[in-house]
Design a protein around this ligand. Structure first.
Ligand code: SF4
Length: 447
């Protein structure tokens, strides 16, 4: 039986921004990054010198900031002009970083539970560079107890030789940045790969026996149409990956598309509006469900209920994350931090023997509660008992007003232990999460 939390008046839902305008939509952390400050870096240094809380899982994220081309919608810190000497220098720096951390009290002899190679394009690295990097990482923080080693790959960079090497170095979750199956749409959005490279890389990855293959899609790339989107979903289901991730296209300010909008004096991006993008994700989820998949988050469908995404699941319950490389985000002993967000300052700091951290923030107990709650709500359901045990307060009471608003808008129910979003709520969850933010963090610049 569901419970409605009483509140006298349900205010109107936040206005939907129907058109896609510039700005960040996706909520990946809390408090918003714009509140992380350089003067809080000493708090991180203190956390590194303390032992971790008992039973806290440890993850390692390494950012590989190189790509063949810059996609027009890309907002990540990536470089398309670095030669092999610069790349080797970068790998050396990342190894220095991990070496510096390896003996610190917060690691305390823990081995990583999960590893994530993100980008950028980790598969841009050559086989020799990958082996050099991973051998050095394993020597400092052995991976033999890792439940998952995840690796992002751009299909056009995956020769058979490289795929085999990636499998041999221990990758368990290969995530293919497919985004779309149509060559024209790939081309006009600035993607480097072609559709024929997707099938070839996927087929060989299957032969190599990767335990899990994920396909990433984006709903709402420039010139996307209903017919093409249906075809993308059909082709995805035909490949039968273990997991499918679908993001709705957003246009942050540091994208090529935004720069072109600015020059042309346009406020609306040349991509589908939000209702259309949500309808496309809903179509994808519905077709995937018909094919036997389960929707496991606002962005993810999994082929069997046992398919895990350890990186996400551990992070969303408060794991420590050692973020390495330029612009990487991490969490150590309750302190959030981000590394230097450009190549030269990052390299200068590491090569001077300094920690390349740029900004940090120690969330309060209330902010840690909000962070976990909003992240877990992206799964579509949260357990009241989990939060009551961990934070000493039932979320039904802690967030009574925000929950009542979402109930009033028809997106959410509270039934027994479970707080659940329905499909309509799940499709726009990032917009709704702001309801749970502290007042000073609502409507603030996110990044
Ligand atoms: S491949 Fe990914 S990281 Fe590289 S430019 Fe494109 S969107 Fe950005």
């Amino acid at each position: 039986m569901s419970t409605t939390i009483p509140l006298a008046v349900t205010p109107a839902p936040p206005a939907k921004h129907q058109e896609t305008t510039a700005g960040n939509y996706f909520v990946s952390n809390y408090p918003p990054f714009s509140f992380w400050k350089t003067d809080a870096v000493p708090e991180l240094l203190a956390a590194i010198d303390r032992p971790s809380a008992p039973d806290t899982p440890l993850g390692v994220y390494l950012h590989i900031p190189f790509c063949r081309k810059r996609c027009h919608f890309c907002y990540f810190r990536v470089y398309t002009d670095k030669d092999s000497a610069a790349i080797r220098g970068y790998l050396d720096a990342a190894i220095k970083e991990i070496s510096w951390y390896a003996d610190k009290p917060f690691i305390g002899g823990r081995k990583p539970n999960f590893i994530y190679f993100g980008g950028g394009t980790p598969s841009y690295l050559s086989v020799e560079q990958l082996k050099f990097l991973t051998d050095a990482m394993k020597a400092r923080l052995p991976w033999d107890e890792a439940e998952e080693v995840a690796f992002e790959a751009e299909p056009g960079t995956l020769t058979d030789h490289k795929l085999k090497a990636i499998r041999e170095l221990g990758v368990t979750r290969l995530s293919l940045g497919v985004e779309n199956f149509d060559d024209h749409i790939l081309e006009i959005n600035g993607r480097a790969h072609k559709s024929k490279e997707i099938a070839r890389a996927y087929g060989y990855a299957r032969e190599l026996g990767f335990p899990q293959i994920n396909i990433d899609l984006i709903a709402g790339m420039v010139e996307e149409t209903d017919d093409n989107w249906r075809e993308c979903i059909r082709k995805t289901i035909e490949l039968s990956p273990d997991s499918v991730t679908i993001y709705e296209m957003e246009i942050p300010f540091n994208t090529t598309i935004y720069k072109e909008m600015k020059v042309a004096g346009k406020l609306v991006a040349p991509v589908a509006d939000w209702d259309t993008k949500r309808a496309w994700v809903n179509y994808g989820f519905t077709e995937l469900e018909k094919a036997g998949y389960t929707i496991s988050s606002a962005y993810t469908a999994i082929k069997t209920p046992a398919t895990k995404f350890v990186y996400r699941d551990k992070l969303w319950v408060g794991a420590d994350l050692l973020g390495l490389g330029v612009a990487s985000f991490g969490h150590i002993g309750g302190v959030h931090y981000q590394n230097q967000h450009d190549f030269e300052p990052y390299m200068l700091r590491v090569n001077a023997g300094e920690l390349p951290v740029y900004r940090a923030l120690t969330p309060t107990a209330e902010e840690r509660y909000i962070r976990e709650f909003v992240l877990q709500l992206k799964l579509g359901h949260v357990s009241r008992a989990y939060f009551a045990k961990k934070f000493g307060a039932d979320p039904a009471a802690q967030f009574a007003q925000a929950l009542q608003r979402l109930q009033g808008w028809g997106f959410l129910t509270v039934a027994g232990d479970q707080i659940r979003l329905n499909r309509e709520g799940l499709l726009q969850v990032d917009r709704l999460l702001h309801e749970f933010f502290k007042p000073e963090h609502r409507n603030a610049r996110y990044a």
